[in-house]
Structure formats: C-alpha cells, structure tokens
Design a protein around this ligand. Sequence first.
Ligand SMILES: Nc1ncnc2c1ncn2[C@@H]1O[C@H](COP(=O)(O)OP(=O)(O)O)[C@@H](O)[C@H]1O
Ligand SMILES: [Mg+2]
Length: 256
Amino acid sequence: MAILECQKVSKAYGGLLAVNNLTFAVEPGEVFAIVGPNGAGKTSLFDCISGVSPATSGVIRFREREIQALRPHRICQSGLARTFQTTVAFDSQTVLTNVLVGSAFGREGENPFLSFGEEAQTAALDALALCGLAGRQRAIAGQLPVLARKRLMLATALATRPGLLMLDEPFGGLNPGERGEMIALIRDVARTGVTILMIEHVMKAVQALADRILVMDHGLEIAQGPPSRVLRDPRVIAVYLGTLRPMGEDSEPAHA
Ligand SMILES: Nc1ncnc2c1ncn2[C@@H]1O[C@H](COP(=O)(O)OP(=O)(O)O)[C@@H](O)[C@H]1O
Ligand SMILES: [Mg+2]
C-alpha cells in the first residue's frame, strides 16, 4: 500500500497550469525523486501536497487519508514534513530552539506554548544527532554556513517525527564535497525508515539515492520509473540537454 498517492493533481495560478494532471504513488521506505527544469512545477507540486498552497483539482492521499483540503499544520501533524528550496530557520534563535519548535508543533496534542515536554526534547536531540548537529546546539541559526543550515532545516523537519519527508532541492548551493555529505545524510535518514520524496537537479545525487524518478516539464509528467530506465529515455534526455547525448552525472536541465 502506497504511503502517498497523487491522483490527477493539478495546480493553476490564474491561467498558468503549473502542475498538469499528475498521477503517481510513493511506496513506504523508498526514495522517490522528482526532477525537471526550472519552472517545471516541482515546488508547486510540493506546495499542494504539504498544503502550503492547495491543489486546484485532484486527490492526494497520505496513509490512505485524503489530505488535499487540510491546512498545512494538520498535514505536518499527520506525519508529512517538508523542507524548502531556500533555507529557512528562526535565524535569531539557537539550533536547539529551532529543532524544539519542530518537535513541539509537529505533533498533534503537543501544547502550543513553547514549553517543551520530555518527548519533544528527546525527538529534538535525536534529530540533531542524526543530522550531525549535536555539537552545535547553542549556535545561532543565522550564523551557520550553508550546509549546516540545510542540516538544521532537515533536523527541524525530522523532529516532527514524519513518516514521509519531502526535500525541495537539498543539494542546491552545495559544492561537490558538501554534496557527498548530504548524500550520506539522506541515506542515514532513509535508513531510519522515513520515506523520502525529493526534488533534485543534481543528477549524481539522484542516481545515488533514488529508487524511482518522476520527470516533469511544464507541469506534465515526461517519464516515471527506475533511474536505469528513466535516465535513458530520449524524452528525458531531450528535456535535460536538448540533444540525444547520454546524460552526464552532473547534467543540469537544458532550460534551467
Ligand atoms: N505563487 C505563484 N504564483 C504564480 N505563479 C507561480 C507561483 N509559484 C510558481 N509559479 C509559476 O509556476 C511555474 C512552476 O513553478 P515552480 O513550481 O516553482 O517550478 P520548479 O520548482 O519546478 O522550478 C513557474 O512558471 C512559476 O513561475
Ligand atoms: Mg522549485
């Protein structure tokens, strides 16, 4: 049984159809990647699933329950967490406070008055340890370098104790060495049993992590399946390179 199902999901901004009739399902325990050029509608799709901006039409089910009409905090509390393309945090607060906020608000029944119960504290400390930030709890979020900020956003999302974690371009802005560290971190997270739905441009990372891939262009599905098949699909190569050359590891989309 799929953990997440999207059926004929569309998102219109006025006359622009950013997501066009997409259907796919994510199985428990897999890493599912969504790739495609800038403007393909990937983030809009994430916004629909996470409730940040509701889908115009279609059905979205998480753990067999329809969520397309739920508010984002309810979706998060039901076990679906996300990160954002630009790294967001409470910049004036410490690393620990940021992650505690995730653990306190990301669960139904947690009290909303910023007094953190034992369970919330344990979840926060576990998330920090998993994300390699155990030694930086007192650092101010706004002063962290880029990779540590990304680790923090991931830890904050994980502290909500999600069953499905959605990552919007976790490799954006990282150098090759940092990309390697992020691949290792996402693998560690996946190993804890969290299902991962990931938007990514960096092909090396997609190839290293993804069990299945959905390729989007102009809101539409171009291809869907295992990387070995999808990355050889001529339509996918055309979207990425505008030619029929095989895709290189670090290929960027043709009109990114
Ligand atoms: N809030 C919005 N209002 C209007 N248009 C938007 C909005 N968000 C995204 N778009 C448009 O929707 C299309 C898809 O954007 P986006 O989902 O950000 O693509 P991607 O994440 O694949 O780069 C783009 O043409 C973009 O300009
Ligand atoms: Mg995007």
